[in-house]
Design a protein around this ligand. Structure first.
Ligand SMILES: Cc1cc2nc3c(=O)[nH]c(=O)nc-3n(C[C@H](O)[C@H](O)[C@H](O)COP(=O)(O)OP(=O)(O)OC[C@H]3O[C@@H](n4cnc5c(N)ncnc54)[C@H](O)[C@@H]3O)c2cc1C
Length: 229
């Protein structure tokens, strides 16, 4: 399908939020957590990359959240798109979706790994007010806490939702959590070994988090993950 860029804006240094629509259709159905495959000709070469959908289903629109990878093949090109430009996409794909029935869950993200969780959370929280959900979100600087106001609003609205941002390079005035997501995992899961853990981000974080969960006594079946590289 061809997807048309409706708008894009910088939401943190080197990170942009994109709103696309599928002009030939009035619906673009997907399950929150799934991704699209973007396929473009860049410098005479065909490049294909996956991007998690960062928004809940909404007619023919969907949103992406991209990091510009320095000297990357596709992401710098996507940052040059203007509203009205179109890109070739396929999808939706993927099985990184919330399990049913709702269960106590810990969601672990770093950087743009937050995208699928932004898509998943509103419907899950609207549907289930009893199972606790903890979103553990790690970035370097406070200014890179993507969609922070939205997660804080969800936390105010839903007593079963906890938003735990953590910074690896905090300014002195930051009074919240610091360090990597791994450092807060044990506290996030508490004594439960029956909760589901969803992990999204770069390979190193995903692998380390899974190893830590294994050491804490979690069964592999409890871990659902998406690696970005
Ligand atoms: C299922 C899936 C979903 C994804 N969803 C997203 C998403 O929502 N947002 C997003 O920004 N990326 C996402 N990615 C990563 C994306 O597909 C590309 O790998 C990324 O945009 C880099 O592509 P590139 O061509 O610019 O860089 P390349 O030329 O492919 O360079 C690759 C380098 O970029 C690094 N890299 C890959 N992804 C990132 C990242 N997000 N941040 C920093 N370094 C990275 C790799 O480790 C590698 O060193 C996803 C990947 C997968 C497999």
């Amino acid at each position: 399908m061809r997807a048309r860029l409706v708008e894009s804006r910088e939401i943190a240094p080197e990170i942009r939020h994109f709103v696309f629509e599928v002009p030939e259709s009035d619906q673009f159905p997907f399950i929150p957590g799934q991704w699209v495959s973007v396929e473009e000709q860049v410098g005479g070469e065909s490049i294909t990359r996956a991007y998690s959908i960062a928004s809940p289903p909404d007619g023919n629109r969907f949103e992406l959240c991209l990091n510009r990878v320095q000297n990357g093949h596709l992401s710098p090109y996507l940052f040059t798109l203007d509203p009205g430009d179109t890109v070739e996409m396929r999808g939706p794909f993927g099985t990184f979706i919330l399990r049913e029935p709702p269960n106590e869950s810990v969601l672990v993200a770093t950087g743009t790994g937050i995208a699928p969780f932004r898509a998943m959370l509103p419907a899950r929280l609207a549907k289930d007010s009893s199972s606790r959900i903890t979103l553990l979100f790690g970035v370097r600087h406070e200014g890179s806490l993507l969609y922070r106001a939205e997660f804080e609003a969800l936390e105010r609205l839903h007593a079963n939702f906890r938003f735990w941002p953590t910074l690896t390079r905090p300014q002195p005035e930051w009074s919240g959590r610091t360090g990597r997501v791994q450092q807060h995992l044990e506290e996030a899961v508490g004594s439960s070994r029956d909760c589901d853990i969803y992990i999204c981000g770069l390979r190193v974080m995903v692998d380390e988090t899974r190893a830590l969960l294994r050491a804490l006594g979690f069964d592999r079946k409890r871990m659902v993950y998406e690696k970005y590289d």
